[in-house]
Design a protein around this ligand. Structure first.
Ligand code: UD1
Ligand code: UDP
Length: 348
């Protein structure tokens, strides 16, 4: 079986790292990089550290903005798929690279499967929600990370294409947690808060960003903040300065992030991946959003939603009391389930 994975952003490199290991023996795997993330600390470093094979193709994406990115990617991806003619195209998550990959697969008449299907936040204003819904509806096979995702797919009439696999990101945490690397950042010996912010609705809004930074710095004397390039741009453009409590660092590698997550006394984030990792690693987590597509984390009280209002964040950080997650109930080896489902479906 020849599998082509289309990836382009940091969380997709992390997901494909797990899936690649499960596919490679005995199948063939080609990775197509859309070029959406391009700095070495957002892209190449992940390939090296997680031993992901070099992309078979790396597109020179020049566009910024949703419409331009998707529009530029589709014809190039479609052309690549016509050339390499994979048995299946895998797309991952909910980014512009996911949607463009799925549509390119449709246009090149390839069989397409979606990893992390059925995940919903029901926030129609989020481009990621649109990307997920459209990708699910055009995909031939839907790999759902949990029961809730299966239910969403069934309600949308997609149940027959869905397979419950578990979450590939959990597999990577299990496989690498003992390899976590302490970053070379001062002040990691005592208590610290880990902060990440990158969602466009927050990261592009200077007032929200400044408010969050004030709230976290007031709540904790030491905040470690690996800054996503989107967030860095807004801070630079508007001259936003974090207080002395906040140590801003460039994006860190996956194994360094794992170390920070594991040792943080609290994690504050708007990232889908980081909130799940916090729950798997048993760290308290406050989510800087009004809702989350990982609603079990809230229902089961593993994380707390705080939105972006500084007063609410301050209150959440004062009162946060979350329950540890029973990770033994989770479905491990999601990537192997994905490969088995593909073998069964494609008969190879
Ligand atoms: C994208 C995804 C988001 C995902 C996130 C993971 C979409 C719509 N959004 O958001 O769902 O959670 O990736 O991190 O696909 N930039 C750089 N260097 C890079 C990458 C980006 O400087 O390596 C800057 C560019 O100016 C770019 C901006 O960051 O315009 C935003 O990047 P983009 O890929 O459009 O969206 P993300 O915010 O990264
Ligand atoms: N991550 C990382 N370095 C960082 C920040 C995040 O390796 O500086 C990892 C994080 O551990 C998780 C993934 O990136 O595995 C989450 O990606 P991101 O927050 O960019 O996107 P999202 O999950 O929200 O789509």
């Amino acid at each position: 079986m020849l599998v082509a994975s289309i990836v382009g952003t940091r969380p997709q490199f992390i997901k494909v790292a797990v899936v690649d290991r499960a596919i490679r023996d005995p199948h063939r795997h080609q990775i197509i990089h859309t070029g959406q993330h391009y700095d070495s600390d957002m892209s190449g470093d992940f390939f090296r550290q997680l031993k992901i094979p070099d992309p078979h193709v790396h597109l020179p994406l020049a566009s910024h903005g949703n419409a331009a990115q998707v529009g530029e990617m589709i014809p190039q991806l479609s052309e690549q798929l016509m050339e390499c003619r994979p048995d299946v195209v895998l797309v991952y998550g909910d980014t512009n690279s996911t949607l463009a990959g799925a549509l390119a697969a449709v246009y090149s008449r390839s069989f397409v499967a979606h990893v992390e299907a059925g995940v919903r936040s029901f926030e129609r204003e989020l481009i990621e929600e649109f990307n997920r819904v459209v990708t699910d509806h055009v995909s031939d096979l839907l790999f759902a990370p949990d029961e809730r995702a299966i239910q969403h797919l069934s309600k949308e009439g997609l149940g027959a294409r869905a397979v419950l696999t578990g979450d590939v990101m959990h597999d990577l945490v299990l496989d690498t947690v003992d390899l976590a690397i302490r970053p070379a950042v001062p002040g990691l010996d005592g208590d610290f808060m880990l902060l990440t912010i990158h969602r466009a609705l927050t990261a592009d809004d200077p007032d929200k960003l400044a408010g969050i930074l004030t709230a976290v710095a007031t709540a904790h004397p030491r905040v470690i903040f690996p800054v996503h390039p989107r967030t860095r741009q807004t801070m630079d453009r508007h001259g936003i300065r974090a207080g002395a409590a906040v140590t801003m660092i460039p994006p860190v590698s996956y194994l360094e992030m794992l170390w920070l997550e594991r040792h943080a006394s609290i994690i504050v984030t708007d990232s889908g991946g980081v909130q799940r990792e916090a729950s798997w690693l048993g760290r308290p987590c406050v989510i800087l959003r009004e809702t989350t597509e990982w609603a079990d984390l809230i229902d089961d009280r593993h994380c707390l939603l705080a939105g972006t209002d500084p007063a609410r964040i301050t209150e959440a950080l004062r009162t946060v009391d979350v329950r540890p997650r029973d990770v033994s109930s989770l479905r491990p080896r999601a990537a192997e389930r994905i490969v088995r489902a593909l073998e069964e479906r494609l008969g190879r």
